[in-house]
Ligand binder design. Structure first.
Ligand SMILES: Nc1ncnc2c1ncn2[C@@H]1O[C@H](COP(=O)(O)OP(=O)(O)OP(=O)(O)O)[C@@H](O)[C@H]1O
Ligand SMILES: [Mg+2]
Length: 253
C-alpha cells in the first residue's frame, strides 16, 4: 500500500462569523514528501486556509484530511501532532522561559518525558542550528533566531506536514538562505505560504495560486512564475530584474 497523501483538501469553503466569505471551494492534494508553495495576493485566503489545516478554524463546507485522518473534533489531538504550523510571528509561538522548554512543550504535552523528551528536543534544535541556545530565554534572541526556534518547536512533534506562513519575512539574506538550507535538508512534507517568489522557486518544485478564495493555478513553480498573464491576473509580481527562467528549479529532494 502506498502512503496516503499528507494533505487532501476538498470543496473547502469558509465564511467568517461576520459573514465575510474567504474560501469558495478549495481543492488540492499534497503527496507525502512534496514541497509546495502557496502563493496569492493579500486577502486571497491563504492564512484562512492554513488555519483549517489543524482545525483552528473548521470548514463551513468541504473537508480537510491529513494523512488519511479527517480534521475535526474527533481526532484533534492527533491532528495537532501531525500538522506543524509555523506562524508568521514567532512570538505567537514562543512563551516559555527557555528555548529548551518551548521546544519540549508540545512533545511533553503529548506525554513524552525523560531521556526520550531530551533527545527529541536536542534533535529538533540541532536541525535548526540552535542547540547552543537551549538555555536562553527566547525573548532575548534575534528575530531570525526566534524564527528558527519556532521551526524547532514544530519539528519536535515530528509532524506529517510542516506548514510555514511567510517563513522568509523579516530575515536578513544570510538567515533567509540558512532557513532554506534547513527546509531543504528536512525529510518532511512542506506547504509554504509566501510572497517571496524567488524563495518559492528555490524551495518548492510545485506551487498553488490561491486567489479570491479558490485555487487559480496548480503546477510547476517555474512555469507559473514565467506565465506573465497568470501572474498579472493574480497580482503577483516578481522582484525587479528577476527572471524565473534563469534559475535552476527546485528539485524534490
Ligand atoms: N477574523 C476575520 N473576520 C472577518 N474577515 C476576515 C477575518 N480574517 C480575515 N478575513 C478576511 O478574509 C479574507 C482572507 O484573509 P486571509 O488573512 O486569509 O488572507 P491572506 O491570503 O492570508 O492575505 P495576506 O497575504 O495579506 O496574509 C480577507 O478578505 C480578510 O479581510
Ligand atoms: Mg496571511
Amino acid at each position: 500500500m502506498t502512503a496516503p497523501n499528507s494533505l487532501d483538501v476538498a470543496g473547502l469553503a469558509y465564511a467568517y462569523p461576520d459573514g465575510h466569505q474567504a474560501l469558495f471551494g478549495v481543492d488540492f492534494t499534497v503527496g507525502r514528501g512534496e514541497r509546495v508553495a502557496l502563493l496569492g495576493p493579500n486577502g486571497a485566503g491563504k492564512t484562512t486556509l492554513v488555519l483549517h489545516l489543524n482545525g483552528i478554524l473548521t470548514a463551513g463546507a468541504g473537508s480537510v484530511t491529513v494523512a488519511g485522518l479527517a480534521v475535526g473534533k474527533r481526532h484533534m489531538a492527533e491532528i495537532r501532532r501531525k500538522v506543524g504550523i509555523v506562524f508568521q510571528d514567532p512570538d505567537d509561538q514562543l512563551f516559555m522561559p527557555t528555548v529548551r522548554e518551548d521546544v519540549a512543550f508540545g512533545p511533553a504535552a503529548a506525554g513524552m518525558k525523560g531521556a526520550e523528551l531530551e533527545g527529541r528536543v536536542r534533535t529538533a534544535l540541532e536541525l535548526v542550528g540552535m542547540a547552543d541556545f537551549a538555555d536562553r530565554p527566547p525573548h532575548h534572541l534575534s528575530f531570525g533566531q526566534r524564527r528558527r526556534v519556532a521551526v524547532a518547536t514544530v519539528l519536535a512533534m515530528e509532524p506529517e506536514i510542516l506548514v510555514l506562513d511567510e517563513p522568509s519575512s523579516n530575515l536578513d539574506p544570510a538567515s533567509r538562505r540558512e532557513l532554506a538550507d534547513i527546509l531543504r535538508s528536512l525529510d518532511v512534507t512542506v506547504l509554504m505560504v509566501t510572497h517571496d517568489l524567488p524563495y518559492a522557486l528555490e524551495l518548492c518544485p510545485r506551487a498553488l495560486i490561491l486567489s479570491e478564495g479558490v485555487i487559480a493555478a496548480d503546477g510547476p513553480t517555474g512555469e507559473l512564475l514565467a506565465d506573465d498573464a497568470l501572474m498579472r491576473a493574480h497580482r503577483l509580481e516578481l522582484p525587479f530584474g528577476f527572471d524565473p527562467r534563469s534559475v535552476s528549479t527546485a528539485r524534490t529532494s
